[in-house]
Design a protein around this ligand. Structure first.
Ligand code: DMJ
Length: 914
């Protein structure tokens, strides 16, 4: 990548303040840095070190953005493993997550204002020209209204905001004449038909060309949307109205917010995860601060900051009071039921809630922000990244990590509020982990599984929109950014909107809602920003003293579920009976069971929880044969351990989680299907045999290669195009007989991953792999005596590595590898962590695993996502070796049958409340 025209790196900028409103300025005070008060605790970081880290962020951005522009643009996103663009319709569908892709060069638009924050002014100018020249917003494609709003409309508005700022400065963008704003307006009008519902809540999807209702639209039949999807529009829509004078956008977004507010559950003041857009009924009545709701809360507070409308602050404070009362269980944030807010709805948390400490900083409530952030950081230290979901006892619940920025965002805001250099060290760790585990020659790849270190062929646009902004700003001093960041507010996608909008085009009538809040205690608002006493405590050890007690919360945690209920029994009463402890032969337990649901509300809550746990345990029992994923790592020249493929385990053969990994060169077996005695035993002797799936049992293949002297086997899927990106983990079952005779390890690769090995053999002949339960550190691979004759991965060799990894694309970009990252070791992962696995019976061995298995993420449409998480929760094994569900809980079905009546009664109770 070329050097940025605006002067690269730290210390080269021209600070200049833009005008801003009083109201917004008051709220924005919360973000004023307090570095000056910090004199103790973590050692201060030198200016040089901060500059070094800032420059490292710039180099990483260049790597991500440069590869997108070179190998993917004008596609929406880069696929960093195959080094090409992701074009919707040309790749297997990933489900809802693809609804962000509208064939509108998503990553370029999402990156616009990041370029300016990172001082890449000339590149920004080029990027704006490309957007104006190439981007078409009229494609016949169905997109998510939420994602299009936050990423594309937000991206265009953020770009416009900084374009006019630069133009005013007089050096760059002198030719600019509001073209991005015109595009934003065009897009705004395209989204408006989505609001054509009686409730005013938008449809979740829209066809960019045909809107909602037309027969060609292929959308408009949905009945539900997530709360965040309907409640995360006001910043972009109001900005669009205020920039253009067209009030309709702000009106529509306000109407949707008003409706959500009216529909809040009145006794708890919480909102559910999904809502019917026609009737306004809550479809999902669980409530948290993560997936499905997150940015609804964020936008209430930020709408107050940007628009200066008190009603938004009042709403936010009412919800915040409820969140702190029911959902916050420091350091955890646990979903509850909106009608029964004392009942936890889940025993796990999702990664999206990591933004919440940052929002608490904006609110001015620093203590719980520090606590939750510290808990999240410890999970990250254990797994290198925040898994998409993790349990209350900090085990991995959903192992994916799509390079989400929320934790970096909270780290940045906490540093700004406390000035505690500890947060700089946290940022440094994030940078190191990204370079060490996610960096690939063609960008940064999402983690498919944080436990194995395997990658996914995806680099989401939010990685460029958000991650690099927050990391850069974390280490930047005021003069390192060419404008005053405090004159802007960050949208949920970290796009920048100027605070002066609060006094521009204020023609929308405000709803006076103050009277609805009288029941709230005034002390609730003590925390409201700015509260300098809490924000800038005189005691410099403030943040440290809050963090300290939580230092070992992850490592020392015991499985914990419904903490609050247990706490209520601290006063001497007996703790509630938990499903894990239940024994059908224990008369005391049976007595407790009888009481549950009958007498007090606490008994009823215990009963419901007990039933939920029983259902989960029953499901665990059924699936206890499931195994976690494995890794195939290519270790020979020129890969040197950089390519890690997600592999399916076998229910027979050597268990790689218990034994040392198996390492060897690969050789194709003859016959390739491995279904009869091999005709080339000399070729596979002492090697890892490659066998094609199909025509006989997996166990039979294993026996044939083992008899020929192979030390391991990799079965490659015969379904062309199958990939671990789009299919669930595949597990090879035995043949229904005793398989103890099979002693070698066997792993399964889908066709896409298998072809990477087959292509490598064609190119390099000698290909050595490592079969293991998780990827091995590259430094350790290189130190291995077997590698002594191999070339070390110098930067010169890295370009070879890259070409090896990019066999599919043939790209030749020069890769800058962080050599330091090769010298440190990844932290070990808990062997107890498991993931879901799709087990197949021997008779199903030729079925197509890619069928009906679309995957999705936590963003956007929420119903399916949470269902997916729920399913994953059912497959999770427990890490506690003392708990053997199979032994203790025998007659689950019969117990559950007895409880059916109570479940129905409980459901009736809920309906009545509605
Ligand atoms: C981003 O697109 C936004 O931050 C959104 O609000 C939630 N998630 C993603 C990043 O994880």
């Amino acid at each position: 990548m070329s050097e940025p025209g605006g002067g690269r790196g730290f210390g080269s900028s021209v600070p200049q303040r833009a005008p801003w409103s009083l109201v917004a300025a008051t709220a924005a005070l919360c973000l004023v840095s307090a570095t000056s008060v910090w004199t103790a605790g973590a050692s201060p970081m030198s200016r040089e070190e901060k500059q070094k880290l800032g420059n490292q962020v710039l180099e990483m951005f260049d790597h991500a953005y440069g590869n997108y522009m070179e190998h993917a643009y004008p596609a929406d996103e880069l696929m960093p493993l195959t080094c090409r663009g992701r074009v919707r319709g040309q790749e297997p569908s990933r489900g809802d997550v693809d609804d962000a892709l509208g064939k509108f060069s998503l990553t370029l638009i999402d990156s616009l204002d990041t370029l300016v924050v990172l001082n890449k002014t000339k590149e920004f100018e080029d990027a704006v020209r490309k957007v104006l020249r190439d981007v078409n917003l009229d494609n016949d494609v169905v997109v998510s209204v939420f994602e299009t709003n936050i990423r594309v409309l937000g991206g265009l508005l953020g770009g416009h905001s900084l374009a006019i700022m630069l133009k005013e400065k007089g050096e760059y963008m002198q030719w600019y004449n509001d073209e991005l704003l015109q595009m934003a307006k065009q897009l705004g009008y395209k989204l408006l038909p989505a609001f054509n519902t009686t409730s005013g809540l938008p449809y979740p999807r829209i066809n960019l060309k045909f809107g909602i209702r037309k027969p060609e639209a292929r959308t408009g039949t949905e009945t539900d949307t997530c709360t965040a999807c309907a409640g995360t529009l006001i910043l972009e829509f109001a900005a669009l109205s205020r920039f253009t004078g067209a009030t309709i956008f702000e009106e529509y977004a306000r109407k949707a917010l008003d409706f959500l507010w009216e529909k809040r559950q009145r006794s708890s003041n919480l909102v559910g995860v999904t809502i019917n857009i026609h009737t306004g009924d809550w479809v999902r009545k669980d409530s948290g601060v993560g997936a499905g709701i997150d940015s609804y809360y964020e936008y209430l507070l930020k709408a107050y900051v940007l628009l200066g409308d008190d009603s938004f602050l009042e709403r936010f404070n009412t919800h915040y009071d409820a969140i702190m009362r029911y959902i916050s269980q420091p350091p955890l944030l646990l979903d509850v039921h909106i009608h029964k807010p004392m009942l936890n709805a889940r025993t796990w948390m999702d990664a999206l809630l990591a933004f919440f400490p940052g929002l608490q900083v904006l609110k001015g409530d620093i203590r719980p922000a520090i606590e939750t952030h510290e808990m999240l950081y410890q999970v990250i230290k254990k797994h290198n990244f925040l898994p998409e979901a993790f349990t209350t006892d900090f085990r991995v619940h959903w192992a994916q990590h799509p390079l989400r920025p929320e934790f970096a965002e909270s780290t940045y805001f906490l540093y700004k509020a406390t000035g505690d250099p500890y947060y700089l060290e946290v940022g440094k760790t994030l940078i190191e982990n990204l370079n060490k585990y996610a960096r690939v020659p063609c960008g940064f790849a999402a983690m498919k599984d944080v436990r194995t270190g395997s990658h996914e062929d995806r680099m989401d646009s939010f990685f460029l929109a958000e991650m690099f902004k927050y990391l850069y700003l974390l280490f930047a001093d005021k003069e390192d950014v060419i404008f005053d960041i405090e004159d802007y507010i960050f949208t949920t996608e970290a796009h920048l909107l100027p605070l002066w909008l609060s006094t521009t085009n204020q023609r929308i009538s405000k709803k006076n809602t103050t009277s609805e809040y009288t029941e709230l205690d005034d002390s609730n608002f003590d925390w409201t920003c700015p509260n300098t006493q809490i924000l800038f405590p005189n005691d410099p050890l403030y943040a440290q003293s809050i963090r300290e007690p939580l230092k070992n919360v992850v490592d020392k945690s015991c499985p914990r579920g419904i903490i609050r209920v247990e706490e209520s029994f601290r006063s001497g009463a007996k703790p509630p009976l938990r499903a894990r402890d239940f024994m059908a032969t224990n008369p005391e337990h049976l007595e407790i069971l009888k009481k549950m649901g009958a007498a007090s509300s606490i008994d009823a809550e215990d009963g419901l929880r007990f039933m939920q746990e029983m259902i989960e345990l029953s499901s665990q029992q059924q699936k206890e044969q499931q195994l976690p994923p494995r890794a195939v790592q290519i270790v020979s020249h020129p890969f040197f351990g950089r390519v890690v493929l997600t592999a399916g385990p076998a229910q027979f053969g050597l268990d790689l989680s218990k034994h040392k990994e198996t390492r060897g060169f690969v050789a194709s077996s003859k016959p390739y299907n491995g279904c009869s005695e091999l005709t080339n035993p000399e070729a596979v002797m002492g090697k890892i045999a490659l066998i094609q799936r199909g025509q006989c049992m997996f166990a039979e293949k294993a026996r044939n290669i083992q008899n020929a002297g192979a030390i391991g086997g990799i079965v490659i899927d015969d379904n062309e195009g199958s990939s671990s990106d789009t299919a669930p983990l595949f597990q090879m079952a035995g043949d229904g007989k005793d398989t103890d005779d099979i002693t070698i390890p066997m792993l399964f690769l889908f066709s896409k991953e298998g072809s990477i090995i087959l292509d490598a053999i064609r190119e390099y002949e000698e290909v050595e792999v490592l079969l293991s339960d998780k990827a091995k550190d590259r430094a350790a691979i290189l130190k291995d005596p077997e590698m002594e004759n191999e070339e070390p991965p110098s930067s010169e060799n890295d370009s070879q590595n890259q070409s090896a990894e990019q066999i599919a694309s043939g790209s030749q970009e020069v890769d800058l590898v962080d050599q330091e990252s090769l010298n440190s070791h990844p932290e070990s992962l808990s062997p107890a962590d498991t993931d879901n696995a799709a087990s197949i019976s021997p008779s199903e061995q030729n079925s197509n695993p890619t069928e009906n298995h679309e995957t999705t993420s936590l963003d956007g449409e929420c119903t399916d996502l949470d269902n997916q998480l729920q399913e994953q929760s059912e497959t999770e094994e427990d890490s506690n070796p003392n708990v053997s569900w199979g032994k203790k809980v025998q007659p689950i079905d019969s117990i559950l049958a007895d409880w059916n009546e109570d479940i129905e009664a409980f459901e009736m109770m809920e309906k009545d409340e509605l």
